[in-house]
Ligand binder design. Structure first.
Ligand SMILES: Cc1ncc(C[n+]2csc(CCOP(=O)(O)OP(=O)(O)O)c2C)c(N)n1
Ligand code: SF4
Length: 250
């Protein structure tokens, strides 16, 4: 019988610990499919964050390192510089990348480190119980903003792709989403492009993936996807913010 669907080789055959309906699993699969297609599983080092994806080292079949507290781009820098022939990627949530690790992210990007950053923006601190993240939208209810995020008190969200797109060292800054099959396909293309950029030594490539956290949003998986589509995408428009290869803003 023809096989029409199977687990990518680069994804370990173990149950994921993510909550039902969480889209971390979809993004894991896309990264693993790209590694399979490029045949690079044995030549890739992934760097994990703090946050719900802390245990991604149990799920990807390539070599993995854990980098606590937002330091993933710094660790990835060291790995890549000492092993320039390896593919190196980080996998980070918005608390890890855009709060605890803002400095590491911005400076790795501005140095043009030849790494891939997979950035999961679910607008909340998932692992620690749903506190406000830098990416929490104005008005969004979280554990620490029970009346909705008030920009007068908490400031405005960080738009990571837009911000990084202004930096010369960045080769690719693209925002995608995983709320529909069409968007998941686009997300995979962006991840593939980021890894191809690394192969061609183009510099820093970030793919921001708008994702769900049904548990801390207090929504069913279906309603979480609806929120992603109807509330998050209008606030965080999808698209390529910088593509130096295709004649971006440098
Ligand atoms: C400096 C510091 N502050 C707070 C924490 C606690 N902490 C661990 S994970 C996490 C939230 C991570 O959220 P995010 O990166 O958005 O990932 P998610 O769990 O949503 O996938 C926090 C606040 C920490 N580890 N270090
Ligand atoms: S808490 Fe949120 S981000 Fe974490 S696994 Fe559950 S649904 Fe996913």
């Amino acid at each position: 019988m023809a096989v029409v669907f199977e687990r990518p080789k680069s994804l370990c055959d173990v149950p994921l610990h993510y909550c039902p309906g969480c889209t971390h699993g979809i993004v894991h699969r896309l990264v693993a499919e790209v590694m399979d297609e490029m045949g690079i599983e044995g030549d890739t080092v992934g760097v994990c964050p703090v946050g719900c994806s802390v245990m991604a080292y149990n799920y990807f079949g390539c070599d993995m390192i854990e980098a606590p507290h937002g330091r993933a781009p710094a660790v990835a820098t060291g790995v890549k510089r000492s092993n320039p022939d390896k593919f190196v990627f980080t996998y980070q949530g918005d608390g890890d990348l855009a709060a605890i690790g803002t400095a590491e992210t911005v400076h790795a990007a501005t140095r043009g480190e030849n790494i891939v950053v997979i950035f999961i923006n679910n607008t909340i601190y998932g692992m620690t119980g749903g506190q406000m993240a830098p990416t929490t939208r104005p008005g969004q209810v979280t554990q620490t903003t029970p009346f909705g995020r008030n920009p007068e008190l908490a400031g405005y969200p960080v738009r990571v792709s837009e911000m990084l797109s202004t930096l010369t060292g960045v080769a690719l800054a693209q925002r995608v989403a995983v709320d529909s099959v069409a968007h998941i396909r686009e997300a995979k293309k962006a991840i593939r492009k980021a890894f191809e950029n690394q192969k061609e030594k183009k510099g820093f490539s970030i793919v921001e993936v708008l994702s769900t956290c049904p548990t801390n949003w207090g929504l069913t998986p279906t309603d979480a996807l609806k929120r992603l589509r109807e509330e998050m995408i209008p606030y965080y428009p999808l698209g390529v913010y910088k593509d130096s290869v295709a004649g971006g803003n440098d």
